[in-house]
Design a binder for this molecule. Structure first.
Ligand code: GRF
Length: 206
């Protein structure tokens, strides 16, 4: 069975959607460990409820980046992790982990990259910026993680229309519903070995 590690800092609604799709047989994998940098993250309640091993690992509790990286790598080894899924994880992944798990770390971003991404663009900041700019279409991007924020090869994107009466909150809710669908789809494609990557381009095999 294919092992996934979830890294998350918040409430965990994407994680819950992924777990539902695993339970429903749509993803042939299991979530083997949940890692968070926040001791009170909602994601830990989900891990306890679903009896998933979980680890609180906060980079600032470690003497050095190397020490933190070593502990994270040992957790990934312990659970024989094949894919790291970032689901609202707000810390940067150390470059040693990115190079060891090249094209095996996924992130979801609540906009159509490369628009409205990059340093400081997370959570409601993204939807505020989308509304303020006045774009008519936003959406969701699932991508592999590289050394730059919101930059790696794009796996799936799905548009979401912006309506005249949208607020950042109303828009974020519709975007989140799409996130819940496409993150699982991307993970399922990966677990089935149907993604091939050439440079920046990700090809979906039928
Ligand atoms: C999502 O909007 C995701 O796009 C972003 O962080 C949020 C996480 O939400 N990266 P949740 O914790 O999965 O509910």
């Amino acid at each position: 069975m294919f092992n996934i590690a979830i890294f998350a800092s918040g409430r965990g609604s994407n994680t819950r959607a992924i777990l539902d799709n695993i339970d429903g047989g749509k993803i042939n994998a299991r979530i083997s460990v949940v890692v968070s940098n926040k001791s009170d993250a909602g994601i830990f309640n989900i891990a306890v409820e679903k009896r998933i091993p979980h680890r609180y690992l906060n980079p600032s509790d470690f003497e050095s980046d190397e020490e933190y990286t070593g502990v994270v790598l040992s957790v990934l080894d312990e659970f024989d992790i094949g894919l790291i899924v970032l689901a609202g994880y707000l810390k940067k992944i150390p470059s040693a982990i990115i190079s060891r798990y090249r094209n095996r770390i996924m992130n979801i971003h609540p906009a159509l990259l490369p628009a409205f991404g990059g340093v400081g663009m997370y959570g409601m900041r993204v939807h505020n910026a989308v509304i303020e700019y006045g774009v008519r279409v936003t959406g969701v991007t699932v991508h592999f993680v590289d050394e730059e924020y919101d930059h790696g090869p794009i796996i799936l994107q799905e548009p979401v229309r912006v309506y005249d009466d949208d607020t950042p909150e109303s828009l974020s809710q519709r975007v989140l519903q799409v996130e819940h669908e496409i993150y699982s789809r991307a993970i399922a494609l990966f677990a089935e070995g149907r993604l091939s990557i050439h440079g920046r381009r990700v090809y979906l095999q039928q």
